[in-house]
Design a protein around this ligand. Structure first.
Ligand SMILES: [Zn+2]
Length: 148
């Protein structure tokens, strides 16, 4: 492993993808268990970073040179696969957001908000990056809407 190619984590815990250099999202063991098949799971301990750059091959990486590619995962994950659900908990896809934009009201996204509020979401375990998808959904909605 070329040491010069691996950036050390910043003091605040930030780490950058060894392949594309994007800022990674820290992910806990629950999400790793969900997405990484047993044969690859040992490459990551209970902490890794998710690379959310859609053109990057890397899904997870750690600070010890361990890398799990998106194609190694149990199934396709967004944004590495644009057809995979954006919302891992309730299955909302890109097409659902397009449908919301077409209807002129974010009905499907609001439903995700409502279900998250009552505690039905399991983002920490189900989402590839271990986080709520609401930011990504809202961003996509606004972007598609502005494209008219
Ligand atoms: Zn990357």
């Amino acid at each position: 492993m070329n040491k010069a190619f691996v950036r050390e984590p910043e003091d605040d815990g930030r780490a950058f993808c060894p392949r594309c250099g994007n800022l990674g999202v820290p992910v806990g063991g629950a999400a790793l268990d969900t997405h990484i098949p047993p044969e690859s799971r040992a490459k990551m301990l209970d902490a890794a970073w998710f690379c959310g750059f859609y053109r990057c091959d890397v899904a997870y990486f750690n600070l010890f040179g361990g890398v799990v590619l998106a194609e190694e995962l149990k199934g396709p994950v967004y944004p590495h696969d644009a057809n995979a659900p954006i919302c891992a908990c309730f299955g909302l896809t890109y097409d659902d957001v397009v449908a919301d934009v077409d209807e002129g009201t974010p009905r499907r996204i609001r439903e995700v908000v409502a279900r998250q509020k009552v505690g039905e979401a399991e983002c920490h375990a189900l989402a590839a990056d271990g986080r709520s998808c609401l930011g990504a959904l809202q961003e996509l909605y606004m972007r598609l809407k502005s494209q008219g």
